[in-house]
Design a protein around this ligand. Structure first.
Ligand SMILES: [Zn+2]
Length: 486
């Protein structure tokens, strides 16, 4: 039996959440002051039917203790074995009930067979048909003394006002993370499972306030009667929180070595999707913390925005790792964007209108270009260039011998034309993006390439990409081109 089923609460004592509702209901039973109709309004995923079942059982229990079902009397035992026909559970959302639900409600007029009260638990009551609502209303207007209704809904606004006004209403809250944590610790204790706080926290964080999720995840992560964070890191191939922390700091500082951490994770076969999810959670927690301290959280909001956007994009992505890397690049590039955003809007328009007549930029000398690359492996303009497909403007510089280098065989390579030719040959745009990030020179028929990151190197090592590169070079009048990766 799964832990979830095993630890499904059978009485109020084990219902560790919804304290207010729970105590009020228990008091009502204790003082014999239950009413004929209850409306439980609850958000999704609150472990809802448990409360209704316990309450129905407690109302009928022969020896309730402080409003709590005894779990020992014949009523409690029959209920546990699903033999009690006087407690009727109806899921109004399920089609199987639609045809006969009216009839079932009308049968409420008949006395119960064994219990004090015939109890109807109608879940998702807002889904009832008009006819069923009418039948229900008729009974609620003149309820037989032996009947009680527990109506439950996740969409209170869809329940007719005439019904709501005849019920005692309870608004349930979402189960808090603390309650989920307490429950997991209780299960661990009852099952003799050793645990550490970080492991429990990890499970709680990934359960989205849904206790059922939490307990199943918890169960999956138990190894040899133990659940600890170190095991989780290994088992799920997730990245340790310390690494996530330092990664976020690098992003905040625009430190490009963030890319190295990312690459290392790929090399170590870490689950990149989980890494991003963890990063998202961590950044969220951190930003809320900063907000509490009255600090500016603009940076965090921007990062969260990009992370969230990237995460949803991976659903339609051919290569998740690339999509995630683009997200990181966007974050690292973000300040530039932000600062020169307005300026760029104007410049872009000008570029588009005048690109054909724009004067070619003077050839940068090689040393200077190299220094730029070291400083800023992928500059904003490089990325910008590719996104906007800027037409080649410096064809005049094509094949111009670089005067600043002693190697006279080396030819300054026209990367703009090269990029266009690559695109015409259907190169994946990630290869195109790797071009400005690399140092590329042409020695007669050999394209010599220096890359700074492994991600970029892979692009040039890929055989398909190499074929496309050679084809592009051939179209640039280079016969039998060769590629040399340095
Ligand atoms: Zn009992």
């Amino acid at each position: 039996m799964s832990l979830y089923l095993k630890y499904r609460p059978a009485d109020f004592k084990n219902l560790v959440w919804q304290t207010f509702v729970k105590e009020t209901l228990q008091k009502a039973i204790e003082n014999n002051k239950t009413v004929w109709a209850y409306l439980f309004c609850w958000p999704r995923w609150t472990g809802k039917t448990s409360s209704a079942r316990i309450f129905a059982k407690a109302i009928n229990c022969e020896n309730p203790i402080n409003g709590n079902p005894c779990l020992e009397c014949s009523i409690c035992l029959d209920f546990a074995q699903e033999k009690l026909i006087d407690i009727i559970e109806i899921d109004a959302a399920s089609n199987t009930w639609v045809d006969n639900i009216r009839e079932i409600i009308e049968k409420a007029q008949f006395s119960p067979t064994k219990t004090k009260y015939k109890i109807y638990i109608i879940d998702e009551v807002h889904m009832l048909s008009k006819w069923a609502f009418n039948a229900l209303l008729k009974i609620l207007e003149e309820p037989p003394s032996h009947v009680k209704f527990i109506l439950a809904t996740t969409e209170t606004h869809k329940v007719p006002e005439t019904i709501i006004s005849r019920c005692q209403r309870y608004d349930f809250k979402r189960i808090s993370n603390t309650d989920i944590k307490n429950r997991l610790e209780y299960i661990a204790w009852a099952e003799n499972i050793r645990f550490d706080d970080k492991a429990i926290e990890y499970v709680v964080k990934n359960s989205w306030w849904w206790l059922r999720n939490a307990i199943s995840l918890f169960e999956q992560l138990i190894t040899n009667d133990e659940i600890n964070y170190e095991h989780i890191v290994k088992k799920l191939e997730i990245v340790d929180e310390n690494i996530i922390e330092s990664f976020l700091n690098k992003l905040l500082e625009k430190d490009q070595t963030a890319i190295e951490i990312f690459e290392k994770n790929i090399e170590d076969w870490k689950n990149i999707k989980l890494f991003f999810k963890e990063l998202l959670f961590y950044t969220k927690a951190k930003s809320l913390n900063e907000l509490r301290l009255n600090n500016d959280i603009t940076k965090y909001i921007d990062i969260l925005d990009i992370l969230d956007d990237t995460y949803s994009k991976t659903k339609n992505s051919l290569d998740e790792n690339t999509t995630f890397l683009i997200g990181i690049l966007k974050i690292l590039n973000w300040y530039n964007n932000k600062i020169i955003h307005t300026q760029n809007n104007i410049q872009t328009i000008n570029t588009w209108n005048t690109s054909n007549t724009r004067q070619a930029e003077p050839t940068k000398n090689k040393v200077e270009k190299h220094e730029n690359n070291v400083k800023d492996t992928i500059s904003h303009d490089d990325v910008f260039d590719i996104f906007w497909d800027e037409p080649s403007t410096d064809s005049q510089t094509n094949n111009q011998v670089d005067s600043n280098t002693s190697n006279t065989n080396s030819t300054r390579f026209d990367t703009n034309t090269f990029k266009i030719k690559l695109k015409e040959n259907w190169a994946k745009w990630w290869l195109v993006l790797a071009i400005p990030a690399a140092e590329i020179e042409l020695y007669w028929d050999t394209l010599s390439i220096w890359t700074k990151t492994k991600i970029h190197r892979w692009q040039f090592e890929n055989v398909d990409n190499q074929n496309i590169i050679c084809k592009a070079l051939t179209e640039m009048w280079i016969q039998n081109p060769k590629i040399k990766l340095n």
